[in-house]
Design a protein. Structure first.
Length: 404
């Protein structure tokens, strides 16, 4: 019998095995590219469903907002404002914030939820003591505020090296007075020190159309000055919390923190909030500059832990306090990577196939290792068929793209 006829079954076996592998990979690629996940969102969750299986990611903070028809990801980028009274804004979020370019132009910052708002007008930076004596350091300067992504910076707002910065976060507007070096801050006069417990005071005039301000659980009557280190809540007439001022802290560049005080008082028709930082902390040798004085305005906390969620069809739950995700884009990127990996493997296997054919051709004249050649072909065929079967099961069961 012709030797070519004897060899034919082995090569047919090899060809069929390799064809199964190629078709399996192509089928896998078509399946990956042809299907797009559906995304369902709430304020604190994103659920991505594909092939009847869903994965839900839950977060401690807000990540989505309702644009009037559906929940969409919060966009924290500061853009030019459509409001004629302001220069910049962020409106694609749970709350809206408006900024003026010049910090000396009255109500510079506006924090708004629906029709409820609070505005801040930066005033002087002062030293005060227990005797209520005052030493002015500087008034807010006429500088130009610069937006950068979700941050708005008034550089040198209170003189060289003392900046005022706002950051739009998903559930709170962060305000930071930044003192870059201890030498940027003048020392208090002796009469301030002698008066006891000198503090660095950042003064603001606030306005709000909400009538109730709760300080330590008591509604402020706006007649007597009140001081607290706790959160301060702004409510509507029915007592429903609208937003709040978070506990005031200062931080240094070494990670240490100092709890501060708010003082609320009324002067004439204006309501003042004063953020008081102990000078003893500012002047301590262990305090590493730059330092950040950080009173924030935020929304009602959605909770300490994410809601209890059981993913439909299996899946996982993750959490993060301040994070946004774009599931469709991330999924498409993973698919593109999968396609590249698949075609890389196909090319490598084709090269292996060619090398094997060349090697077998070189071994034709060496009959003493004929058995070894047949064993080699059988092993390669088994491997190829096994991979092909595994990929078919992957298409059915949605296993990971690479088995190793």
């Amino acid at each position: 019998m012709d030797k070519r006829i004897k060899k034919k079954p082995l090569f047919v076996f090899f060809f069929i095995s390799f064809s199964i592998l190629i078709l399996s990979f192509v089928g896998s690629v078509d399946k990956e590219i042809g299907e797009v996940p559906t995304i369902t969102r709430t304020q604190q969750t994103d659920t991505s469903c594909l092939n009847g299986k869903c994965v839900t990611s839950a977060y401690l903070g807000f990540i989505n907002y309702n644009n009037g028809s559906e929940f969409v990801p919060i966009n924290k980028t500061i853009v030019n404002s459509l409001d004629l009274l302001y220069d910049y804004e962020v409106v694609e979020g749970i709350y809206q914030t408006y900024f003026k370019e010049n910090p000396t132009e009255g109500q510079v910052i506006k924090f708004m939820i629906g029709s409820d708002y609070i505005t801040y007008q930066p005033m002087a930076l002062n030293y005060r003591n227990d005797l209520s004596q005052l030493q002015q350091i500087n008034m807010i300067q006429e500088v130009v505020g610069i937006p950068n992504d979700n941050e708005f910076l008034y550089k040198n707002a209170y003189g060289g090296g003392i900046d005022l910065k706002y950051s739009y976060l998903n559930d709170n507007l962060r305000e930071q007075l930044i003192i870059n070096s201890s030498t940027d801050l003048i020392s208090p006069e002796q009469y301030i020190i002698n008066g006891g417990n000198p503090t660095l005071d950042l003064d603001f005039i606030l306005t709000t159309n909400s009538n109730k301000i709760l300080i330590d659980g008591v509604e402020w009557d706006k007649k007597v000055a009140m001081t607290t280190s706790n959160e301060v809540y702004i409510t509507d007439e029915e007592g429903n919390e609208l937003y709040y001022l978070k506990k005031p802290y200062a931080y240094d560049s070494n990670g240490s923190s100092q709890l501060l005080e708010y003082q609320f008082k009324k002067s004439g028709v204006s309501l003042y909030v004063i953020v008081k930082t102990p000078y003893s902390w500012l002047s301590n040798l262990s305090t590493i500059y730059p330092i950040y004085i950080d009173p924030d305005t935020g929304l009602k906390s959605p909770g300490e832990t994410p809601p209890s969620i059981t993913p439909a069809g299996g899946g996982s739950v993750s959490s993060s306090e301040d994070e946004t995700i774009d599931a469709p884009k991330e999924t498409l990127e993973k698919r593109e990577l999968s396609v590249k990996i698949i075609w890389t493997i196909i090319i490598i296997l084709i090269l292996i196939f060619v090398v094997l054919l060349i090697g077998l051709d070189l071994l034709k004249k060496k009959k003493e290792i004929k058995l070894g050649r047949h064993i080699l072909l059988a092993i390669v065929g088994i491997i190829i068929i096994s991979l092909g079967i595994w990929i078919i099961f992957r298409i059915i069961d949605d296993l990971p793209i690479i088995p190793f």
